[in-house]
Ligand binder design. Structure first.
Ligand code: R5P
Length: 316
């Protein structure tokens, strides 16, 4: 069974194919001089794409990733529908029988996830808008540690959420051995609980108040972190503001060491340098290419992908 990829997730797709015992088939992807994208299922990959269900690993971030993902899904769908001719081939009308549904889109980092509700009148629910468009072009979806899963409800196709949290837990247990796992806000307490239970340590959360898109404040909460090694776990780190404020609050309360771990290391605008001036360690998955990607997202996707009916019997 093929695991396909475009420009955003080649190494992760290769690791996923290896984890599943399948083949990695990178699509041809390039850009025209005017920046528009071009994608193509290479001729040697066509039999594999038509042989069984297939998985496309593709990020929808930044925005160009959305267009590239749609073009790749369209190309894969045409190949599977048997619509495989081309103007410059010997047989421009070449057709084959359709092979049926079985295109699974695996999204390591789903952009627009944080606009998951209407915060003010007149806004779109961007996460739902993007999810709906993608769902029209594939037969199944799996998304890694999405900020809020509700955008993927009622799409009319099977959706199995993937999680790197067990792998983050393994990594922290082996490399950091924290005394306490914290989420930077109450909303992410479930992640902290899961990691802490895996490690066998305590967990809690910090009180967070967002002032605006760039500013968050952590209010003092009665936590006994004095002399402890603390791991803050969050679904994503973008500007790093959340982790900075949380770390400062923990230092004030006497934490001995503070590590930050995340599924999605966006690390915008110099976040790594800023964060590494305050934390003792920064740990991310490879859902997005980033310099602190020390945890593979492949096992999380492998666990989710075997839950689709097309794949269950094909897992090596
Ligand atoms: C917010 O609810 C998220 O879980 C993250 O805490 C937040 O998006 C991180 O953003 P930043 O690194 O910019 O503070």
């Amino acid at each position: 069974m093929p695991v396909l990829s475009g420009s955003s997730s080649g190494p992760l797709a290769e690791a996923l194919a290896e984890a599943l015992g399948w083949e990695h088939h990178p699509l041809e992807v390039r850009r025209f001089p005017d920046s528009e994208g071009y994608v193509r299922v290479r001729t040697p990959s066509i039999p594999a794409v038509r042989s069984q269900a297939c998985v496309l690993v593709a990020n929808t971030f930044p925005d160009a990733g959305i267009v590239e993902t749609l073009l790749m899904l369209e190309a894969i769908r045409d190949v599977r529908a048997g619509d495989i001719g081309g103007a410059y081939t010997d047989d421009p009308e070449a057709r084959a029988d359709p092979v049926g549904p079985g295109i699974i889109l695996a999204i390591p980092y789903f952009g627009y996830a944080r606009q998951d509700k209407r915060f003010q009148q007149g806004e779109p629910i961007s996460a739902r808008a993007i999810a709906r468009v993608l769902a029209h072009h594939c037969d199944g979806l799996t998304v890694l540690d999405v900020h809020e899963a509700t955008a993927f409800n009622d799409l009319g196709i099977p959706v199995h959420h993937a999680s790197a949290i067990p792998d983050i837990g393994d990594h922290l247990s082996a490399r950091v051995r924290p005394d306490m796992v914290l989420s930077p806000d109450k909303g992410a307490i479930g992640i902290a609980r899961e990691v802490a239970e895996q490690i066998g340590c305590e967990f809690s959360y910090l009180e967070k108040r967002r002032i605006d898109a760039h500013t968050v404040e952590h209010q003092a909460k009665d936590l006994d972190v004095d002399g402890k090694v603390v791991a803050i776990v969050d679904d994503m780190i973008s500007t790093g503001g959340t982790i900075m404020r949380a770390t400062e609050a923990l230092r004030r309360q006497g934490a001995r060491a503070v590590h930050a771990a995340t599924s999605h290391g966006l690390f915008t605008g110099g976040a790594i340098e800023r964060l590494e001036s305050v934390v003792d360690g920064l740990h991310a998955t490879d859902s997005l290419p980033n310099p602190r990607a020390v945890i593979s997202a492949a096992p999380g996707f492998a666990r989710a992908i075997q839950r689709f009916e097309w794949t269950a019997s094909l897992i090596a």
